[in-house]
Each structure stands twice: as C-alpha cells, then as structure tokens.
Write a protein that binds this ligand. Structure first.
Ligand code: SF4
Length: 105
C-alpha cells in the first residue's frame, strides 16, 4: 500500500476529487464503492473523513453510516492515517468494519 503522506492525495483519486459525485444512495452508492475500492488513495481519503468527522457521502469506500459506527466504536483514535496504514488499510480490531483491499481481502 502506498502512503502519500505530505502529498496532495486527492490528485491521485479515482474520482478525480469529485467527492460530491460519490454522494449517492442505493445502487449508485454500490457503484461509488466500487470506484473507491480500486482507488490508490483510499486510505488517505478514509482517514481524512474520519479525522474530520465528515458526515456525508462515500469516502474511502465507506458510507457516512459505516464511518459513524467506526468512530463510535473507536473514540480513542483521533488520527486515522497512521492507524489505517499500520493495519494494511483495515480498521483495527473490527473485522466487520474492515476496509477491503483492492483484492477484496
Ligand atoms: S476513495 Fe473514493 S471518494 Fe476517496 S478519493 Fe478515492 S475514489 Fe474518491
């Protein structure tokens, strides 16, 4: 997994940084998730959303509802980038919240 700390990660995004277009529901949200799962900056994107408590849209392949649950269950974590990178992009201790890798692992 490539870490892009210190870079403007959004320029590498599959969505081209058009996060509003991934503000979707139902079938469109499933399509958006597919775009995210192949995104080279998925971890950075998810960390940004978790760190800043962004409560709309699909970020890092997770819906706002999924992210709220992660935050609720991990209130002690305030900086998600290093945590996610250290766990190969997965939320520690939460297999059901695992952020799937591009291979679906
Ligand atoms: S993970 Fe999804 S929303 Fe985030 S930058 Fe990549 S494609 Fe865009």
């Amino acid at each position: 997994m490539t870490a892009l700390v210190g870079e403007d990660w959004a320029v590498h995004a599959n969505c081209g940084g058009r996060f509003d277009e991934l503000f979707a529901e139902g079938a469109a949200q499933r399509k958006a998730r597919g775009i995210c799962m192949g995104c080279p900056v998925r971890v950075e994107c998810l960390a940004e959303a978790l760190d800043n408590r962004i409560n709309w849209g699909m970020w890092g392949g997770l819906t706002e509802r999924e992210r709220r649950k992660i935050l609720r269950e991990n209130p002690e974590i305030t900086g998600w980038g290093d945590i996610l990178r250290a766990h190969d992009g997965k939320v520690p201790g939460g297999a059901r919240h695992a952020v799937r890798s591009e291979t679906g692992a």
